[in-house]
Design a protein around this ligand. Structure first.
Ligand code: PNS
Length: 163
């Protein structure tokens, strides 16, 4: 049984994230998708909202489990008996940070390796930050997120505008 961990902010989950989750689910027995609970990042969506959105987005993938975590990734990985950390690489600009993270995590928890999946070329420029930027101006984000997330993000900005 190989259990993989795919962690991130997922604020919100994009089609790029979903592509990585699906491909990881084809390779590993179980994929634990963990939302980082870190208020310092000033997220648009609460942790519970992000967990709910991921659950809805991955409901057809039986070996994917959604959860959240606080603190160090390696501590969570140890607690969850994780064998592999999965990360998506979009472009060379991701590489330096990802390499540093993978090497740090490996130093802290040598029995767990990080494996990289290269992002589908269709989504290589997509990020949650860009999605939020476009949606905040009521732009069309239908190419970057699922229909369900598109609805949620527009709802969120509408409710923020009405405050
Ligand atoms: O989607 P993101 O924001 O790029 O994900 C980054 C994440 C959540 C994987 C990373 O920030 C993380 O693991 N944070 C937990 C704290 C930690 O373990 N830091 C040391 C890693 S070098």
């Amino acid at each position: 049984m190989v259990r993989a961990l795919y962690s991130g902010s997922f604020d919100p989950v994009t089609l790029g994230h979903l592509d990585i989750i699906k491909r990881a689910a084809n390779v590993f027995d179980e994929v634990v998708v963990a939302v980082l609970n870190n208020q310092a990042k000033n997220p648009l969506f609460s942790v519970q909202e992000r967990v709910n959105m991921l659950e809805e987005t991955t409901k057809d993938l039986p070996n994917v489990r959604i959860t959240s975590f606080q603190g160090l990734l390696v501590d969570f990985a140890r607690k969850e008996n994780i064998n592999v950390i999965v990360r998506g690489l979009r472009a060379i600009t991701d590489f330096e940070y990802e390499l540093q993270m993978a090497q740090t995590n490996h130093e802290l928890l040598p029995e767990v390796d990080t494996m990289f999946l290269t992002t589908n070329i269709l989504y290589s420029y997509v990020s949650s930050t860009i999605v939020k930027e476009v949606a905040s101006y009521q732009g069309d984000v239908s190419h970057f997120v699922s229909e369900y997330i598109e609805k949620k993000i527009h709802e969120k900005y509408r409710s923020l505008r009405e405050q």
